[in-house]
Structures are given as structure tokens and as C-alpha cells.
Design a protein around this ligand. Sequence first.
Ligand code: GAL
Length: 476
Amino acid sequence: MFKNSYFILRYFTICIVFGSNTAVSFAQDTAKMDAIYSGVPWFDQNGNIVSAHGANIIKELDTFYLFGESHTDTSNAFAGFNCYSSKDLYNWKFESVALPAQESGKLGPNRVGERVKVMKCPKTGEFIMYMHADSLTYKDQFVGYAVSKEIKGPYVFKGPLLFQGKPIKKWDMGTFQDDDGSGYVLVHGGEIYKLSDDFTSVTEKVNENITSGFESPTLFRKDDIYYFIGSHLTSWEKNDNYYYTSISLKGPWISQGLVAPENTLTWNSQSTFVLPIQGLKETTYMFMGDRWSFPKQASSATYVWQPLSIAGTSVSMPKFQEAWRINTSTGVVTIVENKDIIIKNTNEEIQYLGKWIHTDNGNMLLESKSDDKNASFSIKFKGQQIGLTSFVGPENGYAKVVLTDKKGNTMYTAIIDMYSKSSDLVQVFKSPILKKNNYELIVSVTGERPNWSDKKKANYGSTGNTISLHQITIKK
Ligand code: GAL
């Protein structure tokens, strides 16, 4: 993260079709997800890509509300904070732009608004939204807040949250609500601030800086232990997130190591929140992370939500769960076994156009790849759901995916980011469950890649535009 730098796009992106309003031709009555799939685009009830990054979730009665950053594919300027709702945590209904970009002021044009978090104040019953507000060059940062009587907003932006009459001039922030209802604001480095009874100012700094860096501060409690997760400073690039534990918010905080296996870059994500899902049988703690994708944050940034394994002071995500279910009444997690039909990259049902390299080095290494701008592959299939598994790596770029019905009407479109600093074999697309019918999936090379640089011209992101296919999965 280069907070005192600005980002220069390496190339100019023309956003014609794709953006937060990726349109579909009809309402998706039957299209539903049946599990939490990490790292693939999610579609809301209108078929638009869910844009809710740097997010948190709060539960009101039996409904979960997700708040996150709305983005565009063309600029890093504040584009509002979105609110979605869900009863199962798999299907997200777009509710509102809870806090839109303001006409002027600190969240007006050419400003940054990030890491939105909402808490309900137990004393007033109001919903208070917190965020990192900044200039586009990341030189005017502070923790701001906005208020609303209704959970979905509209929230009214109030400006900086004050402590001893002064703004908290920090960037990455988070929130935590303790078992007794008290609210806290966390900032990068590990400082913790206690909120007043009405949640609109700070009464006390309860914890000093723990370490340098420690961005995307994420805190939760299980029984008598507090767990504090954060990331290294690597801009939009993912890294191995680490954590501390303590029996008091005031510390001392004990360093406990990494949250996920080393070099997985926290399963290619950055922490933003941990949601305790309290059920009749168990409480599951769900890690919520961002898989950023600069510059196409609206189209291609995805979510990595994983169940945490917790034992004493140890928190881990030892295995990446591609698909898992959470029973929101019992709190119990089940891992979904993939029973779909597998179609390997070399199967003749897949039509390749343009230049492709096909490798057949045994099952696990099968790959078809291309960086030819005119290249695509397509498959016609009968079934209810389709998924793509690809090799992601440092030279990969953006692929365009179009799913059509048998008449050729576009049902879903997405731009898939196949870049990852650490190479891996992962699912990159999973359609919603459709009516059993005939469909076609077309995937093409865009010739674009996630790539950005800072003021010092240090480059981040991919070095190539390759897209890859390992296998297609189909639910019949
Ligand atoms: C990340 C930070 C994000 C955003 C980004 C900009 O490290 O966690 O919230 O500020 O840097 O580079």
C-alpha cells in the first residue's frame, strides 16, 4: 500500500458494457446459488455483479445485510457504498446505494471512500456507518461516519469521527462490537478506539499501535479471546495476512503467525471482516476477504469467504473451500462435494477459435491457454449450472465470459481475472443454477490485464494477458 502515492493506470480502459451495471436480458426467477463460492463473480437478483468490497455484514432479525464499496472499472474515485441483503449468505439482493458519492465535500468528486462498516448502536437504535475517507492521492485520510435510522439508508455523511475534538487521521480501518454492545473503531497498525454510547464520537484510545503495516484491521471475539487479523502493505496486491490474540482489547497482543498457509497470499485475498454466525448448535466464524482486481474492481474483484478453524489461540484456514454451505439456523458448516460432470480442456465438445496452446501432461496439468486477442472457446451444453476451472498466475489477464440461452440471448456476462501473484489451479466462474435447458458459454481473451503502478513507477500486477482453461464443470 502506498498511501502517499497515487495510482497511474498503465493503460486506458474503455468501459462500454461492463461495469457495475452488467445487464442481463431477463429477470432471474429461478437462478440461485446453493453455496458460498469464493473467488468467482456473484450476481444479484438483477444479474448485476455484486459490488461490495472492503465489506462487513450485520444481521437484523433473520436477514443479513452486506455493506461494501461500489466500484467502477475506470477510476479509483469514491462511487458510493452499496447495501445488499440475504437470508442464506449465498444469494444477495441489491437493496440500495446506502451512501452515494456526494456532490461535494470529503466524499465528493475525486475522493476515496473505503472499508465501509456498519454497526447498530444499542442505545439509540440508529445505524452508524464508518469509513476511510481520503483524497485520490491518499494524502488526506481520516475515519469518517454517517448515520441512518433505517438499515438500508440513506445514510447522512457527518464528516470525521472525533477523538478529543480531532479527526483520526488514519487510512485502513475496521469496526468491532463486543459482547456487551460497546462499539470500537480499529485502524491500521492495531490502534483501537472506544466509541461513545451513541457511537458518533470516540471516548478512549484503548490500544496503541502494535506494529507497522497491519492494514485491513479485522477483529473478532470467541469466548474470552480476541483475535486481531491484518495484512501487509502491498497496495491492491494480496499477501499472507497475520494475526494476534489477547484476552483484553488493551493487550498485550501476542503474535500468532499466519491465517492461511504461507504463500497462498491468504488464499489470494485481504481480510476485511469476520462474521460470527451464531446458530442453535454452533457458532461459525466466517472470514471475509477481498480478491482485488485493479483496475477492473467493479467487474472482476471477487470475494473470499471461508469458515475459520479456531482452537484456543489458533485461527486458520488450512484448506481453501471452493464451495461450502452454512446452515444459518444451526450455524453448522458443510463442505460441498463437486458432483458435476467434468469436461477436460481437450474434450471435443469445446470449440477453440484463434491461437491456443494445449498441454496434456496428465490430468492435473491439462491446460489450454492463449493470449491472442482474437482467441476464444465456447461450449454448448444442456444443464443447470456451469463452472470454469483455470490456472491463475503472474502472466494472466482478463477473460470475458458470456452465457447465453438457446436463442442466443445473453443471460450473464462477467470479466474474470485470471491473474494471481502465486500460481494456482482454481475455480474462476460458477453460474447461478438455471432452469434445466440448453445454453452456450463463450469465453474470450480481452487483451487486458490487472496492472497498476505507483508514483515511483513501481509496477504491480500481471505481465501478460493469458487466459487459461483446465476444465469445465456442468450440473446436469
Ligand atoms: C490496500 C487497502 C485498501 C486500499 C488499497 C489502495 O492495501 O487495504 O483498502 O486502500 O490498499 O492501494
